[in-house]
Design a binder for this molecule. Structure first.
Ligand SMILES: Nc1ncnc2c1ncn2[C@@H]1O[C@H](COP(=O)(O)OP(=O)(O)O)[C@@H](O)[C@H]1O
Ligand SMILES: [Mg+2]
Length: 226
């Protein structure tokens, strides 16, 4: 896949963001007029001023790199997003720039999941499933706290044309990671290289759901393995 245009609408030089932390990347997107259009358990997603693209920014990311690999291995597959840029950031964050997509209607999303389960050889969904299953098996052996494949209807979106697109097809066992981080930080320290977990306490789920006591405990755990 070509690396894509380094300079995007909103005047963000993506190549310069390779050396930025996820905090700096989010700050530069905001300053250039990008705005938040999605928040998950891991990532915050920013939309470009012209509306054409999004930048998915996360602080600590064990799984999305595998999804990006899927998109690259099946480049130009009509049911996967076009990815313009992807980089692991210093400290363990990740920045992925891709086409903007809209939420899909519930019944449409459920039909895609049913097609996934039916696995008809001629269905384009099946090519995604087969490669996703191959990458899932690979990641299970390589990625600590790997969760698996997540083909829930919430991961189906659509283009303005109506074409349906699959996203975010893999997950890391987040509940387990954060439970272990609090109970036995050394186990998380041993699982992830230090440069990949500097900002492990800053994922979107922590910002959305953790109470101040949990955040204090998380910060202490992260400091103890820094
Ligand atoms: N390409 C996209 N276009 C528009 N919105 C998106 C796109 N990718 C993700 N989003 C929005 O951002 C949310 C979080 O993104 P996601 O990659 O699912 O993060 P997480 O891994 O935290 O679940 C999604 O639920 C969706 O609403
Ligand atoms: Mg998601």
């Amino acid at each position: 896949m070509p690396p894509g245009p380094p300079m995007l609408p909103g005047m963000v030089n993506l190549e310069e963001l390779r050396g930025a932390t996820h905090r700096e990347a989010a700050g530069r997107l905001l300053a250039a007029g990008w705005d938040v259009c999605g928040v998950g358990d891991w990532a915050v997603v920013w939309r470009s001023p012209d509306g054409a693209r999004v930048a998915r920014v996360c602080a600590f990311e064990p799984a999305y790199g595998v999804f990006v690999r899927l998109c690259r291995n099946l480049a130009d597959h009509p049911m996967l997003p076009r990815i313009d840029f992807d980089a692991a950031l210093p400290g363990g964050g990740r920045l992925t720039v891709m086409e903007f997509l809209l939420p899909a209607a519930g019944p449409d999303a459920e039909r895609v999941v049913a097609r996934w389960d039916a696995a008809l050889p001629a269905d384009p969904v099946t090519a995604v499933r087969l490669e996703a299953e191959r990458l899932d098996a690979e990641a299970r052996a390589e990625v600590p706290f790997w969760g698996g494949l997540d083909r829930n209807p919430g991961n189906v979106m659509r283009r303005a044309s109506g074409d349906l697109v699959l996203l975010d097809l893999f997950y890391a066992a987040g509940l387990e990671i954060y439970k272990v981080l609090l109970q036995d930080p050394a186990a998380v320290a041993a699982a992830f290289p230090p440069e990949q977990r500097v900002h492990i306490g800053e994922i979107a789920a922590v910002a959305r759901y953790s109470d101040p006591e949990e955040i204090t405990a998380l910060r202490a755990a992260v400091a103890s393995i820094a």
